[in-house]
Design a protein. Structure first.
Ligand SMILES: Nc1ncnc2c1ncn2[C@@H]1O[C@H](COP(=O)(O)OP(=O)(O)OP(=O)(O)O)[C@@H](O)[C@H]1O
Ligand SMILES: [Mg+2]
Lengths: 314, 244
C-alpha cells in the first residue's frame, strides 16, 4: 500500500525544468532512499510532496488524499527535516521541541514527556536546557531532526540530514532512522551519499537533472548492470595514450582515471582483465590490480555517466 | 495559539541582550548624560524641567526603532531557510506573524515603560498619569512595528528595508525638531507637529503632564491610532501575499 504517490509531476523555475514528469510511490512502512547529485531536483521533489511549493502539472496524493483541501490534515502527519538547519537559535533545545510539539496540539505533561522522549531519541537528553548556538554541527542536525519528530509523524521526509557532520553523528542519525522505521514510520531519505542508502534503504530512487532515472531495490538496480565488471588498476605511469588504448578494447564501456588509479567498466566475460593488464604492463608497469562486482555507485555511474559527487572522493 | 506563540516569542526576546541594551540601557545612559548637562534648567516654551523634556523625547524616540525586533523575527522565521519548516507545519503563518508583531510591540513598550519608571524614581521626572503615558508609548510602539513589518514585507532586499526603518526613525526625530528647531508656523510647522510620530507622542505626553493643550494631545493620539490602522491594513495585505 502506498502512503504517498506523485504522478507526472512537472515543476519549472522560470525556463528551467526542475522536475520532468516525475513518478514516485512511497510504500507504507518503507525507507525509500532518494539519491541524486547536486541540482538533481531532490529538494524540489520533497517540497512539492509536502505541499510547500506549487507544481505546474501532475498529481500528488498522501494518505489517500489529494493535497487540495486536505493540506492541514496531511501536514499533521508529516515531519519534514529540512536540508538547511531550521531551528530557533534563541530557544533552548527543549523549548524548540515544546514550540513545535505545541503546534501539533500537544500540551501539559504529554508534551513534556514527548519532549523528553524525543531528546533522548536523538541523544540530546543532557543538552535540553542549552541554546543550539552552543551545539556542534552534528548536534544541531540532530535537533533539526528532533523538531520534525516530536509529533510522531507517520511519514518522515528527510532532506540530506547528514550533510557536513562527523561520522559519529552520522551513524547516530542513521541509527535513529532505522529505529524510527522499526516503530512503523515511513521514511523518505534524501542524500547524495550512496553508503547511507546502502545502510538503511529498502528501496532506492535515483534522480538526475529532474528525471527519475531508475528505481528499485538495491539488488534490482545492481542486477541491471550485472553484465558488467569493474577492473581497478594502479599503474606506474598513467598517460593519455594508455587510457586511449584501454578505451579502444572491445567490450570496454568506460575508463576513468584518478591519479594512478584507473577504473575500467567492461562487459563480463570479455577477457578484458588480461588485455588491460598486458597493455598497462607495456606502458610502464602495474602496481596493483583488482576486479570487483558492481555496486550501487557503479549503477549510478553507468546510468548518468557521472560521479555522484563532483570532485569529491569517496 | 496566539498566546502560545507569543509566549515563545517573549522567551526569544528576553534572550536578545542587544535589543535590551539598545532600547533600555542606551536611552537611560543618554537621559543621564544629557540630564546632567541640563541640570535644573526649566524649558521656557513648555514650562517643564529640561530633564523631563529629555526623558520624554528619549523614551518616545527609542520606540521608533523598536520595530527592528519585528523585522528581525519576520526575517528569521519567514524569509530565511526557516520558512520551509514553518510552511511544513499545520500552523497558520498569519498567526505566527501576528504573534511576532504583538509580542514585539508590547515588549518594546514595556522597555520604554521601565525607562519611565526608572526616570521617575531616580531622577524625579514628573510623568503625570503614568497609565496614560504607557498607552501613548504603546501607540507609538505599535505604529513603529507596523511600519517595520510593511518595510520588511514590502521591500525586496532586507538590508534596504532595514535602512529604510532607520531612516523612518531618524526623519521622525528631525521632523520633531529634536536636533534643530523646526519652524512652528505654516505647513512645516504643521508637519513638525502632526506628522512625526515622535511629535504626536510628545504632544500627547505634554498634555498628560501639564493638563494644557488637551485637544492637541487628543488629536495627536487620534492620528497615531489612524496611522496604525492604515499601516496595519497594508501589513495584512502584504502578509497575505508574502506569507501564504
Ligand atoms: N527557487 C528556485 N528558483 C530557481 N531555480 C531553482 C530554485 N530552486 C531550485 N532551483 C533549481 O532547480 C534545480 C533542482 O534544485 P534542487 O534544489 O531541487 O536540487 P537538489 O537535488 O535538492 O540539489 P542539492 O543536492 O544541491 O540539494 C537546480 O538546478 C536548481 O538550481
Ligand atoms: Mg536539495
Amino acid at each position: 500500500m502506498a502512503i504517498a504517490y506523485m504522478k507526472n509531476i512537472v515543476k519549472r523555475y522560470g525556463t528551467q525544468l526542475a522536475l520532468d514528469n516525475v513518478d514516485l510511490d512511497i510504500g507504507n512502512g518503507e525507507i525509500l532512499g532518494l539519491l541524486g547529485p547536486n541540482g538533481a531536483g531532490k529538494t524540489t521533489l520533497i517540497y512539492s510532496l509536502a505541499g510547500l511549493i506549487g507544481i505546474d502539472s501532475g498529481e500528488i496524493q498522501l494518505f489517500d488524499k489529494s493535497q487540495k483541501g486536505h493540506m492541514i490534515e496531511i501536514k499533521r502527519q508529516i515531519g519534514l527535516v529540512t536540508q538547511e538547519i531550521s531551528i530557533f537559535d534563541d530557544l533552548t533545545a527543549r523549548e524548540n521541541l515544546e514550540f513545535f510539539g505545541g503546534i501539533y496540539g500537544l500540551k501539559g505533561k504529554a508534551l513534556k514527556d514527548r519532549v523528553d522522549e524525543t531528546l533522548e531519541f536523538v541523544g540530546l537528553s543532557e543538552y535540553g536546557k542549552r541554546l543550539p548556538t552552543k551545539f556542534s554541527g552534528g548536534m544541531q542536525r540532530r535537533l533539526n531532526i528532533a523538531c520534525a519528530l516530536v509529533h510522531r509523524p507517520k511519514f518522515l521526509i528527510m532532506d540530506e540530514p547528514t550533510v557536513g557532520i562527523d561520522p559519529q553523528s552520522r551513524n547516530h542519525v542513521l541509527e535513529t532512522v532505522r529505529r524510527l522505521n522499526g516503530q512503523g514510520t515511513t521514511i523518505l531519505y534524501t542524500t547524495h551519499y550512496i553508503e547511507e542508502i546502502q545502510a538503511i534503504s529498502s528501496r532506492v530512487v535515483i534522480m538526475d537533472q529532474g528525471h527519475v532515472i531508475a528505481q528499485g531495490t538495491i539488488d534490482e538496480l545492481v542486477e541491471k548492470i550485472k553484465h558488467e565488471e569493474k577492473i581497478k588498476l594502479e599503474v606506474a605511469e598513467p598517460s593519455e595514450i594508455l587510457l586511449e588504448k584501454l578505451r579502444n578494447l572491445v567490450g570496454v564501456k568506460q575508463v576513468t582515471q584518478i591519479g594512478r588509479q584507473i577504473q575500467i567498466i567492461s562487459r563480463v566475460g570479455s577477457g578484458n582483465l588480461d588485455r588491460a593488464l598486458s597493455i598497462a604492463k607495456d606502458a610502464g608497469g602495474v602496481r596493483s590490480v583488482s576486479a570487483e562486482k558492481p555496486t550501487l555507485e557503479d549503477v549510478f555511474l553507468t546510468l548518468t555517466g557521472k560521479q555522484l559527487r563532483d570532485g569529491e572522493e569517496g | 495559539m496566539i498566546l502560545r506563540s507569543s509566549y515563545f516569542m517573549l522567551r526569544r526576546m528576553l534572550r536578545g541582550y542587544l535589543g535590551v541594551v539598545m532600547l533600555t540601557v542606551l536611552p537611560l545612559v543618554l537621559i543621564t548624560v544629557l540630564g546632567m548637562i541640563a541640570g535644573n534648567a526649566i524649558d521656557e516654551k513648555s514650562g517643564i524641567p529640561m530633564m523631563d523634556g529629555i526623558a520624554i523625547t528619549m523614551v518616545l524616540a527609542t520606540q521608533l526603532f523598536g520595530g527592528n525586533y519585528t523585522m528581525e523575527y519576520v526575517r528569521n522565521d519567514f524569509l530565511s531557510s526557516n520558512k520551509w519548516r514553518m510552511a511544513s507545519l499545520p500552523y497558520n503563518s498569519h498567526t505566527h506573524a501576528f504573534a511576532i508583531v504583538l509580542t514585539s510591540s508590547l515588549f518594546t513598550a514595556l522597555q520604554g515603560f521601565v525607562t519611565v519608571l526608572f526616570t521617575q524614581w531616580v531622577y524625579g521626572v514628573n510623568w503625570g498619569n503614568i497609565g496614560l503615558v504607557l498607552l501613548v508609548i504603546m501607540g507609538i510602539s505599535t505604529l513603529s512595528h507596523l511600519v517595520y513589518v510593511v518595510l520588511v514585507l514590502g521591500v525586496k532586499n532586507y538590508k534596504t528595508a532595514e535602512g529604510a526603518g532607520t531612516w523612518f526613525g531618524m526623519i521622525s526625530i528631525v521632523l520633531a525638531g529634536v536636533w534643530f528647531p523646526m519652524p512652528q508656523t505654516g505647513v512645516i510647522g504643521l508637519i513638525s507637529t502632526y506628522v512625526s510620530p515622535l511629535s504626536l507622542g510628545q504632544n500627547a505626553v505634554y498634555a498628560i503632564i501639564t493638563g494644557e493643550d488637551l485637544s492637541k494631545g487628543i488629536l495627536s493620539v487620534g492620528i497615531l491610532v489612524g496611522a496604525s490602522l492604515v499601516m496595519g491594513t497594508i501589513a495584512v495585505y502584504l502578509g497575505r501575499r508574502k506569507l501564504a
